[in-house]
Design a protein around this ligand. Sequence first.
Ligand code: GAP
Length: 435
Amino acid sequence: MEKIVSLCKRRGFVFQNSEIYGGVNGIWDLGPLGVALANNIKKEWWNSMVISRDDVVGFDSSILSSPRVWEASGHVKSFTDPLVECKVCHERFRADHNKEIEEHGKTHPSTGSGQAPSWTDVKHFNLMFKTFLGPIEDDKNKTYLRPETAQGIFVNFENVLSTTRVKIPFGIAQIGKGFRNEITTGNFLFRVREFEMMELEFFTEPGEDSKWFDYWRKERLKWYLNLGIKEKNIKLVDLPKKDIAHYSKGTSEIWYNWPFMGFGELEGIANRGDYDLTQHSKFSGKELPYFDRESKKRFTPFVIEPSVGVGRAILAFLIDSYSEEGDRVVLKLHPKLAPIKAAVFPLLANKPELAKLARVVYKDLKKEFGSIAFDDRGNIGKRYYSQDEIGTPYCITVDFQSLEDQTVTVRDRDTMKQERIKVKELSSFVKKKLD
Ligand code: GAP
């Protein structure tokens, strides 16, 4: 794990937020390669959940909303984690994180007294960040940064119904920031306080919910496998009732085999039942049922919700693709996710005719694929290794033969094999690999 954190910093994937001021726990910034990877993950998610389907529409709600939203959703009352504090050193922990509490017993600073830790009673700590709408900071103006994007969809259910031609079963998908004041953060991007979420709320007729729950569990697992996550590192797990959120009738999780904890949550797929629409109907006084014109049935839809953090997905894809082969480090990212699709090199930097042709190849590919790199520094071996480390699937070298026959070598990141390809066929070669 340290190797991945260090690679992320060294190559500009992820930086600690406010690093020059000592850093802030649980908040990270994405560097140039990190934002490219995140964008590719979000694009793949959006393509598979919205663009490629006829039964899902997109949405983008605000981070701030009426505080009534969070009263209705149950978050004000129930979005809490159990907290204990060490009375000796005042460090705070999740009461249900037994391993961290045990560790603290061995390492806590006993403020010189040599005292063993002693714990307060468990308190329930609400994870929502509070803020104020307008200049007056009183209870009347208090609201929250959203801890999930889902509620923005539920409170707009009627708006979407009346402005589109969707018919149940259908979904509304959204990607956006969520904020949680986690008691403890850690394991790099795994548990943080500000993160992007990719959420689908899929509305079904009651009675059809189990079928769709099962459908989405399988679809979501397939998505990770299709993007290269190794089968041995990922699995679906049904959670026992005691471990599920206040709104859920049943939850499955996609678990990834994290190096710091073994198998644990990557994504949740919940059957939220009719909880949210019923609550918003109650609190707003507005009826939110669905009327099916064909069957003439009126009902409050049930909701199936696959939801995953972008950062957690980034972490899983980085861990899964990281490999060391002799003295080279390779990120074997799926080409669709790779931040840079191909790098173009002139074999020698000091031969203008090579550099000229390499620039033409680079510009043509860049026009078509956007994320193409050009590198003429150092020796060719070092340039290959530098691209391997950031997951670039193809390195294209312009050499002396290129000047004679308009061919280049294309070196494959994973096999390190090279093949000669005509310059005019490069674009279709790269396109095919990205399909
Ligand atoms: N709307 C459903 C929902 O919010 P959740 O299980 O609390 O469900 C969904 O969160 C996903 O968001 C998780 O599966 C995880 O991928 C991600 N996530 C949750 N809390 C996180 C945190 N503190 N840091 C990073 N990712 C987080």
